[in-house]
Design a protein around this ligand. Structure first.
Ligand code: ADP
Length: 187
């Protein structure tokens, strides 16, 4: 199964993605996690991306495309994958389609949209800020990330909708409840 998870920051893509990993035994590829790891390790890529991430902006397409391409080319991703945080704009979605065909892999099966209101998103991210202290979980940066999502990523709902690949799931409720909704939507 080849899945793309769509949803605003804090919509639960990471958490639900982990459940899907456990269930289907396919890797989750998170560009956010990969970038944070690069920042932490102080690699040239991490150094380059840090200020952009801290400001809540999208890092350059070529950087995230490089990360995804490398990861998708690995053996364990051949039988399927769950993409979390990529694609985040239409250009990335187009590149993903091309990449899969170049790698000789089938196209994305479904894009799962976790729908959560802006209000709930701000609440969750401020809460996460207190618990995890992520550098981009500050109120003004959070609002900016939501604006970037609405402008850049939201159009992907149409991109996958037009291709009959979009499923929308309400992302508010208990974790198990939401997960069951996802599994039902994938049937
Ligand atoms: P969020 O919790 O906001 O969804 P992520 O953990 O997915 O955040 O990503 C954190 C940051 O990493 C983003 O705000 C952005 O700067 C960068 N990033 C992650 N994925 C991408 C991508 N596909 N394209 C551009 N930038 C990205």
């Amino acid at each position: 199964m080849r899945l793309v998870l769509l949803g605003a920051p804090g919509s639960g893509k990471g958490t639900q993605g982990e459940k899907l990993v456990a269930e289907f035994g396919i890797p989750k590829i998170s560009t956010g996690d990969a970038l944070r790891a690069a920042v932490k390790a102080g690699t040239p890529l991490g150094v380059k991306a840090k200020a952009t991430m801290d400001a809540g902006q999208l890092v350059a397409n070529e950087i995230v495309i490089g990360i995804v391409e490398e990861r998708l080319g690995q053996e364990d991703a051949r039988k399927g994958f769950i993409l979390d945080g990529f694609p985040r704009n239409t250009a990335q979605a187009q590149v993903l389609d091309q990449m899969l065909s170049r790698l000789g892999q089938p196209a994305v099966d479904k894009a799962v949209h976790l729908h959560v209101t802006d209000e709930e998103i701000v609440k969750r991210l401020l809460d996460r800020a207190q618990k995890e202290g992520r550098a981009d979980d500050k109120e003004d940066v959070i609002r900016h990330r939501i604006a970037v999502y609405n402008q850049e990523t939201h159009p992907l709902l149409d991109y996958y909708g037009q291709r009959n690949k979009l499923v929308t799931v309400q992302g508010v409720g208990g974790l198990e409840e939401i997960y069951t909704r996802i599994l039902d939507a994938l049937k």
